[in-house]
Design a binder for this molecule. Structure first.
Ligand SMILES: [Zn+2]
Length: 424
């Protein structure tokens, strides 16, 4: 076995391997393999991060790459963590509410992090083709990084994926394949089934099929802790579709704890759509395994994943962190996206704002409160599902080219604003 700084390990049977090409499943028992880092206990003194780099690659000592010079980057990571004063007072919260704004990644989603490392590994291991099943966030992200690396890319998505996402993938030069009457879970199954037939690197963002995805995504946790002066917030709120984000966030914090960078761990609050909530259901029923949600009924397709491949890992993370899981209606998420845009100037898709909706609910139910510090991860840009907000155009006014027209409309607005604010 070649001595690399990183290795993959099975927490169930103890199998270990250290190879440049990662594999997802333990060949002995089938469990999902996790990356470990040999030098993690020394890493605090050697410098947890490489300050000559920006974005997620500054944490390359805890990423499974051999040649840093070949990493495929578009400037992912390094996203802002901002105090949201207006939201906080709107919700009547006396603690600290921070937004981790992942909409600012190159293709508008946190999925740029796993795409960056996934395509880097595809290149490093000599692959010419990458394949991904996606609901429209990770697919375009992988398409963009493949374009950057000069690799061919196949993106497989459900036929009813919003057009903004389809176009994004095609524009980046990916071959887009739309599957009739499917959810992303069936698309993943299709790609997985043919993974032995074609020599592609499978970059679907689920640890059960793509070993690199958790490693890229966990850098969100590193950045949160770094921005808080190497400490943990009390809570981190994440939406769960495939549930890899929850698993990865937890892995990131655990690694920092082992490395001695932070003293305490946060609690995880995982939110899902009411119409498709397999992780929340398993959490509430105190199950160890997530079961397939039979009839998904939500417009929040980006998190409406009937069978979350990283669900068991996420459940474990919620449990270990002393966390919580709750469901949200589509309306709650849409409303949160609007409030987030209007209170903080952050334009998120409704599933991206699900963490904010989750915060509002958790506050109401007394799950969070007091002087706690809460980080809501805003996962993706509203530009990726802008047609969902089409009815907002009803709020606009069309006038003639006469200044008196403009005058009367503005007067009307001023009047309405005063009434809205309840000022005399
Ligand atoms: Zn095993």
């Amino acid at each position: 076995m070649e001595m690399r700084d990183y290795l993959q390990s099975c927490s169930s049977c103890g199998f270990q391997r250290s190879d440049s090409i990662g594999i997802a499943e333990c060949p002995r028992c089938g469990k999902t393999l996790k990356y470990l880092y040999r030098r993690i206990r020394e890493i605090k003194s050697s410098g947890f991060l490489d300050s000559s780099l920006s974005g997620m690659w500054k944490y390359h000592q805890l990423l499974p790459v051999d040649d840093l010079g070949s990493c495929v980057t578009l400037g992912e990571g390094g996203t802002p963590l901002t105090d949201s004063h207006r939201l906080r007072s709107r919700f009547g919260f006396s603690g600290r509410l921070l937004l981790k704004d992942e909409t600012q990644n190159p293709t508008g989603t946190y999925k740029d992090r796993p795409a960056s490392i996934g395509v880097t590994k595809a290149l490093e291991t000599g692959s010419r083709l990458v394949a991904i099943a996606s609901d429209g966030n990770a697919g375009p992200a992988v398409a963009a990084y493949s374009a950057r690396a000069g690799l061919d890319c196949l993106v497989v998505m459900p036929e009813d994926t919003p057009m903004e996402r389809n176009i994004q993938a095609v524009l980046y030069g990916a071959r887009l394949i739309l599957v009739k009457e499917s959810t992303v879970s069936e698309c993943i199954d299709l790609v997985n089934e043919l993974s032995g037939t074609f020599d592609w690197t499978h970059l679907t963002t689920a640890a059960a099929v793509n070993p690199y995805h958790i490693e890229g995504t966990k850098t969100i946790a590193y950045e949160i802790a770094e921005d808080l002066g190497w400490s943990s917030p009390d809570w981190v709120i994440v939406p769960a579709g495939g549930a890899g984000l929850a698993a990865a966030t937890w892995k990131g914090f655990l690694e920092m704890k082992v490395a001695g960078m932070i003293n305490k761990l946060p609690r995880l609050l995982v939110v899902q759509a009411k119409g498709c909530a397999p992780v929340v259901r398993a959490f509430k029923e105190k199950k160890r395994r997530v079961e397939r949600w039979e009839k998904p009924n939500t417009k929040a397709t980006a998190i409406g994943v009937p069978y979350p491949l990283d669900g068991d890992w996420a459940l474990e993370a919620i449990e270990e962190s002393g966390g919580y899981a709750l469901t949200l209606s589509d309306e709650e998420m849409n409303k949160a996206a609007m409030i987030l845009a209007r209170s903080e100037g952050v334009f998120a898709e409704s599933t991206g704002a699900a963490s904010v909706a989750g915060f509002a609910r958790a506050l109401e139910e007394g799950i969070v409160g007091g002087e706690e510090t809460v980080v809501a991860v805003v996962t993706g840009s509203g530009l990726k599902s802008i047609s969902l907000f089409g009815e907002l155009m009803d709020e606009s006014r069309v006038i003639g080219r006469d200044s008196s027209d403009l005058n009367s409309v503005v007067e009307e607005y001023m009047q309405a604003d005063r009434e809205d604010l309840g000022t005399p």
